[in-house]
Design a protein. Structure first.
Length: 239
């Protein structure tokens, strides 16, 4: 059973925080895309990315099984219907996959494209984006919040990923404050791995054998759990 979770409120569009190209990059990454570094000499607004399955629902079709030229034209027309003029090119990529070049026609088109992508994020991507935004507002770039799934497989869960041991104490304090802010009717914010965080906060910050920063995997959450967690954490951040 699929839960219909609306896009989370209070997430500012990346287009209003960054330069236009970076706004497009941030929006596509929120949709689960892997964005490539800019090519020297490429147009200033151009972004090349590998997309994920159904991460751009405004296209109204699963792009994965289509020929790359066909998918590119569907994306171009879908954006056009939303007031975005952009040149879309599909290129061959590794392992038989393909990459998508998005070239907005103007700064205004880039800003609108970023808005459209964020506004139309599927529930699991919207939840991951909201949680990622709150963690960054708290000064935590780790854990690196992503989603499961791939180009061929739809995502269903928010993945918290790994966190370094030296950051575990900071995240633990934020999580415990968030837990205090949640009513007793909530289910412990989706079984948060606080025991793991407490363990990480008590161990050395680096591995004695290799000198690398120690870390642990925080697992994943249902989209609704990730949204509750983000809301509770946001309520505890300084105003």
């Amino acid at each position: 059973m699929t839960m219909d979770i609306p896009a989370p409120p209070g997430v500012a569009s990346p287009a209003h925080q960054q330069d236009p190209r970076q706004a497009v990059v941030a929006a596509l990454e929120a949709a689960g895309a892997t964005v490539e570094p800019p090519v020297p000499g490429a147009p200033a607004l151009e972004v090349t990315a590998r997309l994920r399955y159904s991460a751009l629902p405004f296209a109204s079709v699963n792009l994965a099984p289509l020929r790359k030229e066909q998918a590119a034209e569907i994306l171009r027309q879908a954006l056009m219907r939303r007031g975005v003029v952009a040149h879309i090119i599909a290129l061959d990529g590794p392992d038989g996959a393909w990459r998508t070049v998005v070239r907005p026609s103007s700064v205004q088109d880039a800003v609108r494209l970023a808005d459209v992508v964020v506004e139309q994020l599927p529930p699991v991507y919207a939840a991951a984006h909201r949680l990622r935004t709150v963690l960054r507002a708290a000064g935590l770039e780790q854990p690196r919040v992503t989603v499961d799934g791939s180009w061929e497989v739809p995502a269903s869960r928010v993945v918290l990923g790994r966190i370094r041991a030296d950051l575990a104490g900071r995240l633990l304090a934020l999580l415990e404050a968030a837990t205090d802010a949640v009513s007793e009717n909530e289910d412990q914010l989706g079984d948060l791995p606080q025991r793991l965080l407490r363990l990480a906060a008590t161990v050395d910050a680096s591995c004695g054998h290799c000198g690398q920063a120690a870390g642990l995997d925080l697992g994943d959450l249902e989209p609704a759990q990730a949204l509750r967690l983000a809301a509770a954490m946001a309520a505890r951040l300084p105003r």
